[in-house]
Ligand binder design. Structure first.
Ligand code: FES
Length: 170
């Protein structure tokens, strides 16, 4: 479930639900990964405040949990943006300039892989081959595939999404 910071209620941690999750695993400090998975399922990401709370409940250091969250790509420390940009970094896309496309996205939005824009609109995920190598380099935004990208075309596509959002707010 994606949404803006507002719709996701960022900042509001359902501590009683986290208590239930920790209880489900009997407060076992070796169950950090499944507990984090449950928290992410509940919140759509792992809020930093939930890490401190969970650490206290499990009797481990917040640094240990933070280390796990940042080690595994499956965990997000920020909510997902309204639009997920999946940029392919498979071999064909890599050879055909995926790095330039990544640079254009970072220039345009100020985010890198795994990050979300402060306005909650875009999240960038770098993924392996998405199965249309002959059209590389490729990215997918909100289920729409954009092929044979150039940095300029990428900037234009992102601007179109931003303009669409602006128009929807007016
Ligand atoms: S490598 Fe990018 S679509 Fe296959």
């Amino acid at each position: 479930m994606a949404g803006t910071a507002e719709t996701l209620g960022v900042g509001i941690i359902p501590y009683e639900k986290i208590d239930e999750i920790v209880k489900k695993y009997k407060g076992d400090s070796s169950a950090i990964i499944p507990i984090l998975q449950d928290i992410q399922e509940l919140m759509d990401y792992v809020p930093k405040d939930s890490i401190a709370y969970m650490a206290e409940k499990l009797g481990v250091s917040p640094a240990k949990i933070y280390g796990i969250v940042t080690f595994y790509a499956q965990f997000r420390l920020q909510p997902m943006g309204k639009y997920m940009i999946m940029l392919c970094e498979g071999t064909a896309c890599h050879v055909n300039g995926a790095k330039l496309i990544s640079g254009a996205i970072t220039d345009e939005l100020g985010i890198r892989g795994g990050e979300t824009t402060p306005d909650g609109l875009f999240t960038l995920e770098k993924v392996a081959c998405i199965g249309c190598c002959s059209l590389s380099p490729v990215m997918v935004i909100g289920g729409e595939t954009y092929a044979k990208l150039t940095p300029d075309a990428t900037r234009k596509i992102i601007k179109e999404y931003q303009q669409k959002e602006e128009a929807a707010q007016n």
